[in-house]
Design a protein around this ligand. Structure first.
Ligand code: ZN
Length: 373
């Protein structure tokens, strides 16, 4: 993937634009069929597919919901949109095109199982999927805090800068003349859609995690009489649709831990690769150390166990109370937690060759150039 493109060029149209995003690739029918059958499940491992396979499978999610026909969005424009998103996902170990696809597929699978998809209008479904696809657009492979600490980047970064950036860029892509997937919306509808997508993307900021847990508690406290076995009662409880979209995208964004252990393990290696590269960069720049990113003191296994115990379990336990149909995924997470207990970093390292991690570089410079334009 060419990371050196100019964003100004990317915003222009015609031949240059097509050159930047590439052509819609030919489809490998065998891999497509395999992936398609897994789209509604939590068992799809996108690291086993090529980048081009994932482009086809991403489109298939929109087609399975019949969204192009329902919304009057030409499939060709949707294809260009998907290619443009892929071209703006950098080659980080974790925050790359594979993660963008993974979150989109997982939000699709979870929303089907929870019944969320059936409660959303066609444009809301579109907002949820587009938000998932774009939620890490142009991610530089380092945290917002790193960017805030980095003296030379400080003028550009304050607060949840990454999520704001992802949302802003998402709309630049969507309204591009060559893409225009929102052309069918009038002004009021456009701003409603923009609100849906932006709030969904901003919900993925991990600093707001506790806020969402509190809001889920408030929801559960307000529906104490709802029998947890009766999923249909969730619909009757009138969960706010925007809130529902936000917790679905959050659930998908940290969902590696809900996947079969072999899959969860690959993601764990990728994410800790990225953390440790950030730690190296912090050391090289003399910045404050982010504890989770220090390869000298941290264990990949301990990071996973801590992530499950302190971040994922509190969230998914509540999610499964609201949506009992996802309990098996929470059980998978607990099983993974037990599996990690039998692992060491050494045994994980021994399996690394099977895990085909992505490249070992971060994309901080690419994002900096983009913002300085
Ligand atoms: Zn993400």
């Amino acid at each position: 993937m060419d990371l050196q493109y100019s964003v100004q060029q990317a915003n222009s149209c015609g031949g240059v634009f097509q050159e930047l995003i590439g052509k819609w690739p030919p489809r490998r029918d065998d891999m497509f069929a395999r992936g398609k059958s897994l789209l509604p499940t939590m068992r799809l491992d996108p690291t086993r597919f090529t980048s081009d396979d994932l482009v086809h499978l991403a489109l298939e999610i929109f087609l399975e919901l019949d969204l192009p026909a329902l919304l009057g969005v030409e499939v060709e424009r949707l294809q260009r949109f998907i290619l443009a998103v892929r071209s703006r996902m950098f080659d980080n170990p974790y925050h790359n095109w594979v993660h963008a696809f993974d979150v989109t597929q997982t939000v699709y699978a979870l929303s089907l199982r929870t019944g969320t998809m059936s409660r959303l209008s066609a444009w809301e479904k579109f907002a949820l999927l587009v938000g998932a696809l774009c939620h890490d657009l142009e991610h530089p492979g380092v945290s917002s805090l790193f960017l805030e600490h980095a003296a030379d980047l400080a003028p550009y970064f304050k607060g949840p800068v990454l999520e704001k950036h992802h949302a802003l860029r998402a709309f630049e892509v969507m309204v591009d003349r060559e893409i225009g997937i929102l052309d069918g919306l009038n002004t009021v509808e456009y701003y409603e859609f923009r609100g849906n997508v932006s709030k969904a993307i901003l919900a993925t900021e991990i600093a707001r995690h506790k806020d969402y847990i509190s809001r889920m508690d408030e929801h559960l406290a307000g529906h104490q009489n709802t029998a947890p076995q009766d999923a249909s009662k969730v619909e009757a409880s009138h969960i706010d649709k925007q809130f529902e979209m936000e917790i679905m995208i959050k659930a998908a964004d940290i969902s590696n831990v809900l996947k079969p252990f072999s899959v969860a393990k690959r993601w764990a290696i990728r994410v800790t690769d990225e953390f440790f590269l950030q730690g190296d960069e912090e050391a090289a720049r003399g910045l404050p150390k982010t504890p989770a990113c220090d390869r000298e003191t941290q264990s990949r296994v301990a990071l996973q166990v801590g992530f499950i115990d302190f971040v994922c379990s509190p969230f998914y336990d509540r999610l499964a109370q609201i949506y009992p149909d996802i309990r098996d995924s929470v059980e998978q997470m607990q099983e993974n937690r037990n599996m990690w207990a039998a692992y060491t970093d050494e045994s994980l390292e021994a399996e690394r060759s099977l895990c085909s991690s992505a490249s070992g570089s971060l994309s901080i410079g690419v994002l900096t150039r983009a913002l300085s334009l």
